[in-house]
Design a protein around this ligand. Structure first.
Ligand code: THU
Length: 135
């Protein structure tokens, strides 16, 4: 494991510990690596009006954009499930796609082991900003 991936994985695990999830009790953590080498984290933030919940991946993206980052190379995502690798929800896949299809995605278990995949693999034939360009 490269040091940078190790750091990304460890930051997503730390972010999971910050999850605000009193309703589902399903904490999720995410950590995004920017093209500049910065790491921005996110956790899920739930709401008594359940549909207003924001996933960890989207919290991280929103933080990153506010901090001035728009180019990303990887995201690590984790939850408490120990026996299999869990992927981001469909809505989060689409939100990641807004910033390109070249993301590496590290699906991370609580023990820090991870499976490397990519956004293109997780969201094939995606709708993207390029599809809005008129000819
Ligand atoms: N959740 C995420 O944070 N990311 C995902 O990709 C899937 C689901 C959160 C939303 C909710 O707080 C909890 O997990 C259960 O759905």
């Amino acid at each position: 494991m490269s040091d940078r991936v190790g750091e990304l994985v460890s930051k997503c695990l730390q972010a999971r510990d910050m999850a605000y999830c009193p309703y589902s009790r399903f904490p999720v953590g995410a950590a995004i690596l920017t093209a500049e080498g910065a790491i921005i984290t996110g956790c899920n933030v739930e709401n008594a009006s359940y549909g207003l919940t924001v996933c960890a991946e989207r919290t991280a993206i929103q933080r990153a954009v506010v901090e001035g980052y728009r180019q990303f190379t990887a995201i690590a995502v984790t939850c408490d499930i120990k026996d299999r690798f869990v992927g981001p929800c469909g809505a989060c896949r689409q939100v990641l796609m807004e910033f390109g299809s070249d993301w590496i995605v590290y699906l991370t278990k609580p023990d820090g082991s991870y499976k490397e995949t990519s956004l293109s693999e997780l969201l094939p034939f995606a709708f993207s900003p390029a599809d809005l360009e008129m000819n």
